[in-house]
Design a protein around this ligand. Structure first.
Ligand code: ARG
Length: 277
């Protein structure tokens, strides 16, 4: 498939449903990952403009985007992917590792409830789609920095889906969605050095055809992309990864979210996919 043939498949792309959180209170006020440097200035207006551009791209692609506002004192709330997980019409609440983010949980839960999704909780730490990515009918689950292995087991019980645990070993790639992208139900991209040797072996066996990201792509959080199966919305800085994804037949749409990178998040972090079915 090439870029031209994509235009014919565009109309066939299944509309997605995303939840995004407007970053009206965005800043870097504390340090809970290696990307965050509170001493470096942030520009909330710039973050808002970048976020709006991402939002508008999804809408132009025909996806449904619901928006909630962040709350004062919760500068990381823009990273909606961590707000929970909605799979098969069930919501699994976030159980954040760091106290700074724990007050986000009731706010996201309120949205899930009003949207009609029953909310389940895990005893183990769990940071939503930051660490839990759905590939077809399998869940790839990250652990090592945030989400606990015990939560993987709980999530398998709640969803009834197979959960494959993957261990993250590089603190820059503390959430699975910083080191691995889901391009389609069959295709992923990932950065091998972010994973333990055992987890790399699991990924190689399951996804022999995967796109492999290089250091620069990973360092720009290029893997923190959102694909609807036809279009891959991703960081312009991850040029090689963009080319590789394009070669696999995707239409690459770039949006710069470098202001939001100061908090350690990118495009996927700002996007929670709502999977009603
Ligand atoms: N500052 C946030 C944190 O460390 C960034 C979260 C990024 N989100 C993601 N899905 N990777 O919790």
């Amino acid at each position: 498939m090439n870029a031209q043939s994509n235009s014919s498949t565009k109309t066939a792309t299944k509309p997605r449903h995303y939840l995004m959180t407007r970053p009206t209170h965005y800043t870097v006020a504390y340090e809970i990952n290696p990307w965050m440097h509170p001493e470096i200035a942030t520009d909330t207006a710039r973050a808002l403009a970048q976020w709006q551009e991402l939002h508008d791209i999804y809408v132009e692609l025909g996806h449904r985007v619901d928006v909630i506002d962040d709350a004062p004192g919760l500068p990381d709330m823009v990273y909606a992917a961590n707000g929970g997980l909605v799979v098969g019409g069930k919501a699994i609440a976030a159980n954040f590792t760091y106290p700074q983010r724990q007050p986000e949980t009731p706010l996201y839960n309120a949205w899930f409830e009003q949207a009609g999704f029953p909310v389940f909780s895990t005893r183990g730490r769990s940071e939503g789609e930051g660490d839990i990515l759905t590939v077809g009918s399998t869940i790839l689950a990250g652990t090592g920095f945030r989400t606990a292995l015990s939560a993987h087991v709980e999530i398998a019980e709640i969803t009834g889906l197979e959960v494959v645990s993957l261990e993250l070993v590089d603190s820059r790639y503390y959430h699975l969605d910083t080191a691995l992208s889901v391009l389609s139900p069959e295709l992923i991209a990932y950065y091998p050095p972010a994973f333990s040797a055992a987890s790399r072996a699991v990924l190689e066996a399951r996804f022999p055809d995967a796109v492999i990201a290089e250091d620069e792509d990973a360092a720009a959080l290029g893997l923190n992309l959102v694909s609807d199966g036809t279009h891959a919305v991703m960081a312009p800085q991850a040029r090689r990864l963009g080319d590789a994804v394009r070669e696999r037949g995707f239409e690459v749409i770039t949006v710069n979210t470098d202001e939001l990178l100061k908090g350690g998040g990118g495009i996927k972090c700002c996007t929670l996919e709502i999977r009603a079915a």
